[in-house]
Design a protein. Structure first.
Length: 131
């Protein structure tokens, strides 16, 4: 697990397609989240964000050049620091690596704001969808 200064480094994507946001269930299926995960050694944050979007949601696409922001949350007894990228989805698969582990939904940005728990992530989503 990539760690720096007591933070677990993660990357995630806010997938956008036709004015909707894609959310997936957490691994416990108890809440809605964006596709995200640990940045493995040898990977950049952007590469990790694209990989997580594929594995967790079956999505491929392009990330904006710069990150949309970052947020922190507690997990695994530590603090996860997530770098978030806006993703323009170009392909949506019917089958993907975690299709049996997660649900995927497409919702309007206002609904996504209601479903996400992390206030900092909601702020990032507001900024991304205000463009």
């Amino acid at each position: 697990m990539a760690k720096t200064s007591q933070h677990i480094l993660q990357a995630g994507a806010i997938p956008l397609h036709r004015g909707k946001v894609c959310l997936v269930t957490s691994s416990s299926r108890k809440r809605w989240v964006i596709p995200k995960g640990v940045i493995d050694p040898g990977f950049t944050a952007k590469e990790a964000a694209l990989q997580e979007a594929w594995e967790e949601a079956g999505l491929t696409g392009e990330l904006r050049y710069r990150s949309a922001g970052s947020y922190v949350y507690e997990k695994w007894g530590g603090t996860c620091h997530v770098t978030v990228y806006e993703m323009r989805v170009t392909d949506i698969a019917d089958d993907w690596p975690e299709v049996d582990l997660r649900d995927r939904i497409w919702v309007a940005p206002v609904k996504a704001l209601q479903l996400l728990d992390e206030p900092e992530l909601r702020d990032i989503l507001r900024a991304v969808t205000a463009r």
